[in-house]
Design a protein around this ligand. Structure first.
Ligand code: IFM
Length: 461
C-alpha cells in the first residue's frame, strides 16, 4: 500500500522533529589528518570490506560539509544527527586534543545553527581510536574513563549549542558484531568478549551522562538498535527469547534500573562468569536519561532448522552475534532490502510498544530508519521508489504508534548521503542523495524529493 504524502504531512504534529542522520567514519574521509581508528585497522585486512573500500575519501565531507548542510536545508529538516570522530578530536584517544579536529565540529555546529537546523550529536559511532584498542578496547576496564575524558572535551566546547546528545550509537553492534562475532571492527570473534564489551559500553554511557550533566548539556540520551524477534514455530521460541535478551533487554533493563536480565546471565554462564559486573556500576547505568533513540530497520524472523530449508544470509543474520542461542534458521520474508532485511513497518509499531513497556516514561526518537535499494537511474534521475515506499510505510507506522499512545517525538532518516556501509563498503547505498564515488557529485534521489515535499506540506507551528 502506498501511503500518500499529504496524509502523512497532515498527521505530523507541529513539534515532531524530522531529521536525517550520518556518522563520521561513513562520510568524513580525510583520515590522514586525524588519529587512526579500529575501522582503518579492520579495513586493512583483505576480505574484511566487501569491495575493499577504506576510510578515504568516503563522501569527502570534511571538505564538502557546507554543501552537505545546504542539502539538509533543501530537504527542510528540523534536525541533523551526526557523530564525532573520537580520533579526530583526541588522536590517541586520551591526552592531547587536536584543535583542528575539534574546530571542524565547531564550524559544523555553527553552520547548522545558521541554517536553523538543530545539531544532534552522537559521541560514539564505532570508530574507536586504535591506541585504545591496543589496550583492550571495550574489553579494557579503563575505557570508560577515557570515554568520560573524551565526552568532557565535547561537552565543554559544545554544550551551549547542541540540542540533543547521544552517548553511544547501537552498542549492540559494537559489542556483538565486533567482539562476539567478527564482521565488524575490531573483528574479535570471541563470545565472552562480546558480553564484557556490552557491559563496558554501558558503564561508559553512564560516565558520559554524568559528565554531560555536569556541563549542563541539554537532552541527553542513547541510540539503541532494537527490534522484534518473530518465532515462526514453537521450536524457535527459546532462541527468540535469547536473541531478544541480547539485542533488546541487555540494554533496556539496566538503563531502566532493573539490572542485567537474569535469564541471559544464567543462560550464558558457560560463556562468561560475568565477574566484571558490580552493583555500583549498575546504579550509575540506571541514572535517568532524557530520551531514548531507537534505530529500527527490520524484524528478525526465525524458525527451527527442522522446519526451514534455507537460512538468511543478510547482514545481522548470523548466530555468532547472539552467543548462547540454540540453533535456528533466519527466515526473512520478502520484500527484502539489498541488505537481505525484511521490510515490515508493522514490526516498528510492535517494537515501539514493547519498548515503551520496558522503558516507560522516557520520550522516544527513531534515530535511524531506512533501506538499501538498487536505485535505478531512469531518464537521468534516481528513481528509488522502493525507498520512498519504505519511508512512507515506516513513517505511517511511527505516527500510528504515536497516535496509539507511544511518546514518540521525532524521526531521522538513515541516511542523508550514500556512504561507506561499514563491511559492505560502497556496495549498499542508503542515501537520500546519491554520491558518485569518483566525482563526489551529490544528486537528489526521488526519496530526497519525498522528504522535501513532506516537510514543505506539514503543518507549521
Ligand atoms: O549504516 C548503518 C549505521 O552506521 C548504523 N545503523 C545501521 C546503518 C545501516 O546498516
Amino acid at each position: 500500500m502506498l501511503v500518500k504524502i499529504d496524509e502523512l504531512a497532515r498527521r505530523l504534529p507541529v513539534d515532531f522533529r524530522i531529521g536525517a542522520a550520518t556518522s563520521a567514519w561513513q562520510i568524513e574521509g580525510s583520515s590522514q589528518i586525524r588519529g587512526r581508528s579500529i575501522w582503518e585497522d579492520f579495513a586493512a585486512i583483505p576480505g574484511n570490506i566487501r569491495d575493499g573500500a577504506g576510510a578515504d575519501p568516503a563522501c569527502d565531507h570534511i571538505n564538502r560539509w557546507k554543501e552537505d548542510l545546504d542539502l539538509l536545508s533543501w530537504l527542510g529538516v528540523d534536525s541533523y544527527r551526526f557523530s564525532v570522530s573520537w580520533p579526530r578530536v583526541l588522536p590517541k584517544g586520551t591526552g592531547k586534543v587536536d584543535d583542528a579536529g575539534l574546530g571542524f565540529y565547531d564550524r559544523l555546529i555553527d553552520g547548522l545553527l545558521e541554517r536553523d537546523i538543530e545539531p544532534v550529536l552522537t559521541i560514539y559511532h564505532w570508530d574507536l581510536p586504535s591506541d585504545l584498542q591496543s589496550k583492550g578496547g571495550w574489553n579494557w576496564e579503563g575505557i570508560s574513563d577515557s570515554f568520560a575524558e573524551y565526552t568532557e572535551v565535547l561537552a565543554k566546547k559544545f554544550a551551549d549549542r547542541v540540542s540533543m546528545w547521544a552517548t553511544l550509537n547501537e552498542p549492540y553492534c559494537a559489542a556483538f558484531l565486533g567482539y562476539a562475532d567478527k564482521v565488524m571492527a575490531p573483528g574479535k570473534g570471541n563470545p565472552a568478549s562480546g558480553f564484557e564489551a556490552a557491559y563496558r559500553l554501558l558503564v561508559a554511557h553512564a560516565k558520559s551522562v554524568e559528565v554531560l550533566r555536569q556541563h549542563k548539556a541539554r537532552n541527553v540520551g542513547v541510540a539503541l538498535n532494537l527490534t522484534t524477534f518473530i518465532a515462526e514455530d514453537a521450536g524457535a521460541q527459546a532462541a527468540a527469547n535469547q536473541m531478544d535478551g541480547i539485542m533488546n533487554r541487555l540494554w533496556l533493563d539496566p538503563l531502566a534500573g532493573r539490572g542485567l536480565p537474569t535469564d541471559i546471565v544464567e543462560k550464558t554462564r558457560n560463556i562468561t562468569d560475568w565477574s566484571f559486573v558490580n552493583e555500583s556500576d549498575l546504579a550509575s547505568i540506571a541514572a535517568p536519561i532524557d530520551w531514548l533513540g531507537i534505530n529500527y530497520y527490520n524484524p528478525q524472523r526465525i524458525a527451527s532448522p527442522r522446519t526451514s530449508e534455507k537460512t538468511g544470509v543478510g547482514n545481522g543474520q548470523r548466530l555468532d552475534a547472539y552467543p548462547g542461542t540454540p540453533p535456528i534458521a533466519f527466515v526473512p520474508k520478502g520484500p527484502l532490502t539489498e541488505m537481505g532485511w525484511e521490510v515490515d513497518p508493522s514490526s516498528l509499531i510492535t517494537t515501539l510498544k514493547t519498548t515503551q513497556q520496558r522503558f516507560p516514561g522516557v520520550p522516544f526518537y527513531i534515530t535511524e530508519n531506512g533501506g538499501a535499494f538498487p536505485d535505478p537511474i531512469v531518464n537521468g534521475e534516481i528513481d528509488d521508489q522502493d525507498r520512498v515506499n519504505y519511508y512512507a510505510g515506516h513513517l505511517d507506522a511511527a505516527l500510528t504508534a504515536r497516535e496509539e499512545g507511544v511518546d514518540l517525538r521525532g524521526y531521522f532518516a538513515w541516511s542523508l548521503l550514500d556512504n561507506l556501509e561499514w563491511a559492505e563498503g560502497w556496495t549498499k547505498r542508503f542515501g537520500l542523495f546519491h554520491v558518485d564515488r569518483e566525482t563526489q557529485k551529490r544528486t537528489a534521489k526521488r526519496s530526497a524529493n519525498f522528504f522535501r515535499e513532506l516537510n514543505a506540506r506539514r503543518p507549521k507551528a
